[in-house]
Ligand binder design. Structure first.
Ligand SMILES: Cc1cc2nc3c(=O)[nH]c(=O)nc-3n(C[C@H](O)[C@H](O)[C@H](O)COP(=O)(O)OP(=O)(O)OC[C@H]3O[C@@H](n4cnc5c(N)ncnc54)[C@H](O)[C@@H]3O)c2cc1C
Length: 582
């Protein structure tokens, strides 16, 4: 929002190394061999099948991508684990199981465990010998996670904490050996985290939930009845649990955002193939502009989300390296690296999950009546997609959080939003400078992006002035600002990726990428305009409103593009490639 990023400074997925791509191929093979032919066994919850898949993934090294080698993992980078999550995303229910085990189940120990805890548990988790789950949510504590009622009380001999309470919606609970449990000690205000082995006793399960989708993943209520947890199994410090939960969820969020991409590509591939084969009115439905529009939107939204996810993933890796170089220990640097990009984590979670929802919905539509049949693949994709907007923090909570974090950082002086916002406010009353594109590729798009940022600064800056520290009570406006931020970040990521690729491969070889980023940006500007208008109308009146609406008009002025021709050209590329064409 406050500075321009250059294309050469961002990471693009085309730059993954041979080693990273080999890992991705191993993962793809695993999904194609072990999961695709066995979907009915997986989603039918055949006894032991899902747990067996985790064991096999562990044998291939897929459960320990970022776990250091001394604890049995592969010690690879954060962005490599993003790449793997992306490919696992094509595996339906398994991707939830995988995310719960490798993410929220394992990472609390990796980041917050002491040496003894790490050497005891991480090798078991990275090999898949043990399966993990994460118990935060309770019947009356969902989005408000710190309000949980589960209690931990020190035993009379001071050797154990006795945990009592009820957790809900716990992924992997049905077969987990290890439970990360959040509970409050006595009357503490904040949660404390514990590593709980199933074998400690005092744990009962309530049977599998009957869910809308991801039917193969285990989701159960977990009851703790005087569950005795040795004192040495407290994770980190007393009352540090909420911080652990929040930081681990940041990672879960970005992983979920990238983890939907595999699903998007599969749905696009199937929809493209079906559209090519299905004939109506004497021709393949893939030749109809209305169907081509859907295929193109599915592809370009996936492209844009992918660009944003891997850009942020590498930013996190780079930050971690910087922190280690400055003397911070590795585990802390990994945490701080992610924390620094918590805003991006939320952006990518919201955007990715909404792209998958869109892709699955339009996938059903391309299939017509067959989209509604359990005989065809779209019904499952549609059901499975829906959860992604709910867990790892609902999209409402993530939208609120991301704007809240921007404001907090601005207030703390970490992000100089306010002087940038003042400069934009000054521009509103000055004489507008007219931009004319210089004819070079993307000069108009770059100007549009600069202006999108100005529009955010104008709306958010004024909203903060009007509502001061009570802006958080204006959720409708917070949502509008979040949408403006998300669209700008994602559109910029797609454009910078394409620009970098063009510099590497030449314009002719990047035709699809160029079209995708131009159409995406064009649409993003319209969405930003809508959100901005809505927000402005909520908190301004009279002349001020007029000035701001005129400013918004100026900041969202883009030359119309012939999206019909651009989409038709991109649709042909998708049809030729049988799906994702980037
Ligand atoms: C299949 C599945 C698997 C899950 N796996 C796990 C797991 O492994 N471990 C775990 O701990 N949890 C897990 N969860 C729980 C999940 O994280 C929660 O369901 C989620 O955080 C939302 O909480 P809730 O269901 O209580 O909804 P609520 O918090 O009751 O929210 C209901 C609605 O109100 C909105 N809302 C709530 N608060 C606010 C607010 N302040 N402002 C505006 N809107 C608000 C929400 O966005 C939502 O739309 C899982 C859930 C499901 C369905």
């Amino acid at each position: 929002m406050v500075k321009e990023t250059q294309a050469q400074d961002i990471f693009i997925p085309e730059e993954f190394s041979e080693e990273q791509n080999m890992m991705a191929t191993a993962c793809k093979d695993f999904v194609e061999k072990e999961i695709d032919p066995n979907v009915s066994r997986m989603d039918g919850m055949e006894e032991g099948f899902m747990a067996g898949l985790l064991t096999k993934a562990g044998e291939l090294g897929l459960l320990g991508i970022t776990i250091p080698e001394e604890y049995g993992g592969l010690g690879m980078s954060f962005n490599t684990s993003m790449l793997i999550a992306d490919h696992i995303g094509a595996a339906g229910s398994f991707s939830t199981t995988y995310g719960a085990h490798t993410g929220i189940g394992t990472l609390p120990i990796m980041y917050y465990g002491n040496e003894e805890q790490k050497s005891k548990y991480l090798p078991l988790l990275s090999s898949g010998e043990w399966k993990a789950c994460y118990c935060l949510t309770e019947p009356n504590a969902g989005s408000d996670a710190n309000s949980g009622k589960t209690k931990a009380k020190l035993s009379a001999d001071g050797k154990h904490y006795l945990i009592n309470g009820q957790k809900m919606w716990i992924s992997n609970a049905g077969f987990a050996d290890l439970f990360i449990v959040f509970a409050k000690i006595d009357d503490d205000k904040n949660l404390t985290a514990f590593i709980v082995e199933k074998s400690f006793g005092g744990i009962t399960l309530n049977g599998e939930e009957k869910k809308l989708g991801i039917k193969g993943s285990s989701t159960q209520q977990v009851f703790f009845n005087d569950c005795p947890v040795p004192v040495e199994n407290m994770l980190s410090a007393r009352e540090n649990g909420f911080k652990i939960a929040v930081n681990i969820l940041n990672i879960g969020r970005i992983k979920l955002g990238v983890g939907v991409l595999g699903g998007c590509r599969v749905v696009l591939k199937e929809a493209t193939q079906y559209a090519k084969e299905r004939k109506q009115f004497g021709t393949s439905i893939a030749s109809f502009g209305a169907i081509q529009y859907k295929l193109v939107e599915m592809a370009l939204r996936t492209y844009a989300s992918e660009s944003a996810a891997y850009r942020a993933g590498q930013n996190i890796d780079d930050k971690i390296e910087d922190l280690i170089a400055s003397g911070m220990n590795e585990a802390e640097a990994k945490l701080k690296g992610v924390e620094q990009f918590a805003i991006e984590c939320a952006i990518i979670k919201v955007h990715g999950s909404e792209v998958l929802t869109y892709v699955a919905d339009e996938g059903v539509q391309v299939y017509g009546g067959m989209g509604y049949s359990e005989e065809a693949p779209m019904a499952r994709a549609y059901r499975d997609a829906r959860i992604t907007r709910i867990y790892e923090g609902t999209n409402e909570i993530n939208r609120l959080l991301l704007v809240g974090m921007i404001i907090k950082r601005a207030m703390k002086g970490e992000l100089d939003v306010m002087s940038a916002a003042m400069a934009v406010a000054g521009e509103l009353t000055g004489i507008p400078s007219f931009f004319s594109p210089d004819g070079t590729l993307f000069s108009a798009e770059k100007e549009a992006l600069k202006n999108m940022k100005k529009a955010i600064l104008m709306v958010a800056g004024r909203a903060v002035q009007v509502f001061t520290n009570k802006l958080e009570e204006q959720q409708e406006i917070m949502m509008n600002i979040a949408d403006m931020v998300i669209e700008t970040y994602v559109a910029e990521s797609a454009l910078l990726r394409t620009e970098k690729l063009v510099a590497q491969r030449g314009e002719a070889a990047c035709r699809n990428h160029i079209l995708a980023s131009q159409i995406y940006l064009y649409e993003a500007v319209q969405k930003l305009n809508n959100a901005g208008r809505e927000a402005i109308a909520c908190f301004t009146k009279g002349d001020e409103q007029k000035v701001m609406l005129m400013g918004l008009k100026r900041f969202t002025k883009v030359e119309p593009i012939n999206t019909r021709d651009a989409r038709r050209e991109l649709a042909n590329a998708i049809i030729d490639a049988n799906g994702y064409c980037f």
